[in-house]
Each structure stands twice: as C-alpha cells, then as structure tokens.
Write a protein that binds this ligand. Structure first.
Ligand SMILES: NC(=O)c1ccc[n+]([C@@H]2O[C@H](COP(=O)([O-])OP(=O)(O)OC[C@H]3O[C@@H](n4cnc5c(N)ncnc54)[C@H](O)[C@@H]3O)[C@@H](O)[C@H]2O)c1
Ligand SMILES: [Zn+2]
Length: 359
C-alpha cells in the first residue's frame, strides 16, 4: 500500500492499493456513527465489499452528473439527519467524482462540517477529484459553481475497483494521469512511457504506483496553495482548451479526461507557438504516449471519434468561457518542459487560431 500525506489544514492521508475497501471498517471505527453515500451503479458493485460492522445506513443517488444538484444535495443532507449523524460522525463517499463532490459538499454543510471519508472508485476520482478538498454541485449556468473547500479526513483508493470501469471511463482518467506527469516532471513522464502497455492492461501493481505518483503530485501542490491563489492553477494544465472542447461538443458528449488529453496537446502547441517551450520533442512524446494508451492523439482524431465538428472558431470562443474568475482574456497554463510550467499566460485570437489549425 502506498501512503501519501497531504499537509493541508487539517492534514490527512491518502492510502492507495488493492483490497483497501476491506479496511474501511477498521479505518472508520473511531466515529460515533457512519453513513455511506454512493451511486446506484457503484453501490451494486461495491457496497457489500465494505464489510462495515453493525447497522450502517446507505444512500445511493442515480449515477451521473445530474446528481450534482441541489435536489440531490438536499436528499443527502436529509439522509444524514435521518441517520442521526452528529459532529463526531463521518460520511463515507463511495464512488466516482460525482459522489465525491456531492458527498464532500454535504459533509461540509451538515452541522457546519463533519468528517468525510472518501473511497474513490474511478481512475479520475483516485488521481484527481478525491484529493485537494474541492467539492461542488452544478448550477443551470455552469458546472461546479456552488461548492466549498472541505478536506477529507481520509482517502482510501482501492485500485481493485478500477477493473470494472468501462474503457471510456478508464480513458477519462488517463488524460488526468498524463497531465499529472507533465506537471510532476521528466521522471513521471518517462515512467508512464515505460509502462504504457501495463497501463492499458490495467496491471494492478503498476496502477497503484501510477495513482500514487499522481496523488503525490497533487498533494504537494495543494498543500502549498490550498485555495488556488497561485501554484494550484498549474493543475488546470490543458483545461482551458478541454473546457472549450467539452462546451463545443455539448457537455457529456466527450469524457472530461479525453478532452483534457487533447487540451494538453493544444497547450503544448501554444507553448511552442509563444516560445515558452524550447523542447520540440515533447509534443511528439505526448502524442506517442496517447496513441499507445488508445486515446485520441490530436484534435482531428477527437473530431473523428466523437463525431463533433469542433471547429477552430468554436474552440477559440470557448476559451473565453473559462476565465476562472479573472476578468478579461482567457489565461493558459503553458509548459516549458516536464515539471516546469508557466501560469496565467494570455494568447491572442490569431495565435490560438494557428494552434488549432495545426490540430
Ligand atoms: N473536486 C475535484 O477536485 C474534482 C476534480 C476532478 C473532477 N471532479 C468532478 O468529478 C466528476 C467526474 O468524476 P468521474 O469521472 O469519476 O465520474 P462519475 O462519478 O460520474 O463516474 C463515472 C461513471 O462510472 C461509474 N463507476 C464509478 N466507479 C466505478 C467502478 N469502479 N466500476 C464501474 N463503474 C464505476 C459511475 O457509476 C458513473 O456512471 C465531475 O463532476 C467533475 O466535476 C471533481
Ligand atoms: Zn480535470
């Protein structure tokens, strides 16, 4: 088992490895009461694997992004109250990023904040969503517009659960894995290159190592900048383009991490275009890696696989939607070299157009 310490306030541990669901009972025995939140799909697969002693109530919401809503949040809060949870109780969130976000927000709000024990079951949730304390639900006007920061008390990432993910959900996690490696540095990128076949085969040991590398990368950044005033923005590498792609295709059409993968390639191309990156081979390496991982390795490949037109104009205007709170122009996270990023870089429409034309 890999253990990563996240030095936020409060600090917590992320444990990563096979078979960890069986540890949940022991790991949560200190709490006065426990309740489990999941989605229907994950509950059917894994609720019985938790081996929780005594009568631990469960609620399963419908799977999918629609459960990040006020209606679902109210159901979860009512459920917590019905279970008689108090300030010394914990909510156990078993599922992907949707359950993590919904459960995280409910745990933050219930009695002004109780413990959240997170059991992420998708690759995306294990490498990204379960670490860092962000949670949110969606509003009519946009995704993740209503949320808080609430660090979990403990995260147990059982890598055995990844075996049942659909290929599409699995690939969605891989986009974030490659992002994480580019942020971390050359060693992490080379590790993915060496292990690409094992990743495709979902080799249990390699996967646990890879998830641990990603979690460590995110944990380091989040501990230095818990509220995203500076460095934490680096985690948005590829995301301004990804959000524009998701918006152009219609949200839900293209898995987030797949859009992030192509977003990374576009960020690499913009980095070259603006002279930020001096490394001409990096984009080629990342493209090769995506090909080996069975991911779309260019905007054109994504157009083909998604059957969305994804015109350059749509994507350029889409980058204006993703201003991350700052007024004016979109700002990009660019990359000089693996492990070396440039934050808050602006780009003109003309330059963006050139990058997108290269695909
Ligand atoms: N809070 C954060 O920091 C953060 C970071 C990244 C993403 N997110 C959020 O996470 C969400 C996406 O997360 P996701 O991709 O995990 O989506 P998800 O939670 O919707 O899960 C995807 C699908 O996989 C199913 N599933 C989950 N685990 C499974 C398993 N082990 N085997 C088989 N099927 C399984 C689910 O039932 C669901 O149908 C988005 O809402 C996004 O905004 C949050
Ligand atoms: Zn992402």
């Amino acid at each position: 088992v890999h253990v990563v310490h996240v030095a936020t306030e409060p600090r917590y541990e992320v444990r990563i490895g096979p078979g960890l669901l069986a540890d949940v009972d022991r790991a949560t025995s200190e709490y006065s009461r426990r309740a489990v939140l999941s989605d229907e799909h994950v509950a059917a697969l894994y609720r019985s694997k938790l081996g929780l002693a005594g009568d631990v109530p469960s609620l399963a919401v419908p799977p999918g992004e629609d459960s990040k809503s006020f209606g679902a949040l109210e159901r979860v809060l009512d459920f917590m109250a019905e279970c008689g949870l108090d300030r010394r109780s914990c909510l156990i969130a078993l599922g992907g990023g949707v359950v993590g976000d919904l459960g995280g927000l409910a745990a933050a709000l219930y009695m002004r904040g109780i413990a959240l024990v997170s059991l992420p079951t998708t690759l995306l949730a294990q490498v990204d969503a379960s670490v860092g304390g962000k949670n949110a639900i969606n509003l009519e006007r946009g995704k993740n517009l209503a949320g808080t920061f609430h660090q979990p008390a403990l995260v147990l990432a059982d890598t055995d659960t990844l075996a049942t993910l659909s290929d599409e959900e699995y690939r969605s996690g891989l986009g974030e894995v490659v992002k994480s490696a580019l942020i971390e540095g050359e060693a992490a990128l080379a590790f993915l290159e060496r292990n690409a076949d094992a990743i495709v085969a979902r080799d249990r040991e390699r996967l646990a190592e890879i998830v641990a590398v990603c979690v460590r990368t995110k944990a380091t950044i989040v501990a230095r900048d818990p509220r995203e005033h500076g460095e934490r923005k680096s985690l948005n590498l590829g995301h301004t383009f990804a959000h524009a792609i998701e918006h152009a295709a219609g949200y839900g059409t293209i898995p987030h991490g797949v859009a992030v993968g192509v977003g990374l390639l576009l960020a690499l191309s913009l980095s070259r275009e603006l002279g930020v990156s001096k490394d001409a081979t990096l984009a080629e390496r990342v493209r090769d890696l995506f090909l080996r991982l069975g991911m779309p390795a260019s905007l054109d490949a994504l157009r083909h696989s998604s059957r969305a037109p994804l015109t350059a104009d749509e994507i350029v205007s889409g980058t204006w939607l993703d201003k991350k709170g700052s007024a004016g122009k979109p700002r990009f996270v660019l990359i000089e070299a693996p492990g070396k990023l440039a934050l808050d870089v602006e780009a003109s429409v003309a330059v963006l157009g050139r990058c997108l034309a290269e695909g």
